[in-house]
Design a protein around this ligand. Structure first.
Ligand SMILES: Cc1cc2nc3c(=O)[nH]c(=O)nc-3n(C[C@H](O)[C@H](O)[C@H](O)COP(=O)(O)O)c2cc1C
Length: 328
C-alpha cells in the first residue's frame, strides 16, 4: 500500500520525501553524499566542521566546503564554542553555497566535550543561545540546530526546552533532535516519546527526528508516532546508500529493491573513485576501509568480505577484494 508523507519544509526549501542523510563525522563527505544522492537522498548534511578550520585558507578547508553540482539542498554543519567564530564560519559557509547552516549542540565525543563544544553546550544554555543568535545574524539563509534531549538524565530537560524555545525565538528554521542524552552517546534506545512531546509543544516549528531509524518502515513509523516533520537517517545509511531508493519503493507501495552483487560492485567502485578523487589513493583507501566493512553486510558472505576489507592497507588491495568477492 502506498504511503503518503508530507514534504519537509525548511524555510523555502521543500524536501521530498521528508528525509535527510544525517551528519556523520568520517562519512558524509562529498564522495558519500554523491553516492547517496544518486540513489535518491533528497537532502544531505556534511560531517561536522570545526568553525576555526573553516576560517583557515588551505586544502582542508577547500575539501570541507566542496559541494557537488547535484549536491543540493545541503546543510553545512558547524561546531565550536565561541559565538563570534561560529558566526564567521556560518558566513563562510553561506559564501560557499550551502543552503542551510546547521549548528551542532549534540556531539558526545570526549575530545569535543573537553573543548566545550557540541553536546557540552547543552550544559550552558545561555552560551548555546548566544551562539545560535550569532549564527542566525550572520547567515542569510535558514539555520537549523542539531541537539540531544539533554546532557545527562540528572540535568533533566530544562536546558533542552530553554534552548529549543530560544532557538525558535532567534529565528531558527528547524531543530533536529537526536532522542538520547549526550551521556548516553549511542547506547540504549532513542526516546521517540520525547520526540512526540517536542513536536506537540512546537506545533508550528519544524522538528526533524533522529535515532534508530533503520529502514523505510521506520521512517514512516517515526512520522506517525512522533508527528516529526522530517526524519534523519544516520547509521543505517552507512554502507547502505540504497536505503533512499528503498524508501521511495516503500512509499510507492512497491517491494523495496535490494541491490544484487553487480550493483553493489558498481556502487562500491563509484564510491571508491570519488573518495580517491577527494583524498588521493592512500588516504582514500584508508577512508574506504570502514565503509567496506559496512557494505559487506549486504554481501551473501558478509564475514569473509568484512575480513577482506579490514585487511586492505593499500589501494591495489581494494580492487582485489572487489574482484574476489563481487564478481557475481
Ligand atoms: C560515526 C558517527 C558520526 C556522527 N557524526 C555526527 C556529526 O558529525 N554531527 C551530528 O550532528 N551528528 C553526528 N552523529 C549522530 C547522527 O547524526 C545521529 O543523530 C545518530 O547516529 C542517531 O541516529 P541513527 O540511529 O540513525 O544513527 C554521528 C553518529 C555516528 C554513529
Amino acid at each position: 500500500m502506498a504511503e503518503e508523507l508530507k514534504p519537509l519544509r525548511i524555510g523555502e526549501l521543500v524536501v521530498r520525501p521528508p528525509v535527510v542523510l544525517a551528519a556523520l563525522a568520517g562519512y558524509t563527505d562529498l564522495a558519500y553524499r554523491t553516492v547517496c544522492r544518486e540513489l535518491g537522498a533528497p537532502f544531505c548534511s556534511t560531517e561536522m566542521m570545526l568553525d576555526r578550520q573553516l576560517l583557515l585558507p588551505g586544502k582542508l578547508r577547500r575539501r570541507l566546503v566542496r559541494i557537488g553540482q547535484d549536491d543540493h539542498p545541503i546543510a553545512g554543519q558547524i561546531i565550536g564554542s565561541d559565538p563570534g567564530t561560529m558566526a564567521a564560519a556560518a558566513a563562510e559557509l553561506c559564501r560557499s553555497g550551502f543552503d542551510v547552516i546547521d549548528v551542532n549542540l549534540a556531539c558526545p565525543a570526549r575530545k569535543v566535550l573537553r573543548r566545550r563544544r557540541g553536546g557540552y553546550l547543552l550544559r550552558v544554555p545561555e552560551l548555546a543561545l548566544r551562539i545560535i543568535q550569532a549564527v542566525v545574524a550572520a547567515a542569510d539563509r535558514p539555520v537549523t540546530v542539531k541537539l540531544r534531549t539533554g546532557f545527562d538524565a540528572a540535568g533533566g530537560e530544562t536546558a533542552f526546552w530553554r534552548i529549543a524555545e530560544g532557538a525558535f525565538e532567534a529565528g531558527v528554521a528547524a531543530l533536529c533532535v537526536h532522542a538520547r542524552t549526550v551521556e548516553q552517546r549511542y547506547t540504549g534506545r532513542a526516546d521517540w516519546g520525547f520526540l512526540a512531546r517536542v513536536k506537540a509543544h512546537f506545533a508550528t516549528g519544524c522538528i526533524i527526528g533522529s535515532g534508530d531509524v533503520d529502514g523505510p518502515a521506520k521512517v514512516v513509523e517515526m512520522v506517525r508516532r512522533t508527528g516529526a516533520d522530517g526524519v534523519a537517517i544516520a547509521r543505517a545509511a552507512i554502507g547502505n546508500p540504497w536505503i533512499f531508493r528503498q524508501l521511495e519503493d516503500y512509499l510507492a507501495g512497491r517491494p523495496p529493491r535490494r541491490p544484487d552483487l553487480a550493483e553493489q560492485r558498481r556502487v562500491l567502485e563509484r564510491h571508491y573513485a570519488l573518495t580517491v578523487q577527494l583524498y588521493g589513493p592512500r588516504r582514500g583507501s584508508n577512508r574506504m576501509r570502514k565503509f567496506g566493512i559496512k557494505y559487506a553486510k549486504l554481501h551473501p558472505a558478509p564475514k569473509k568480505v568484512r575480513a577482506a576489507f579490514v585487511n586492505v592497507t593499500h589501494p591495489g588491495q581494494w580492487q582485489r577484494v572487489l574482484e574476489t568477492f563481487y564478481d557475481g
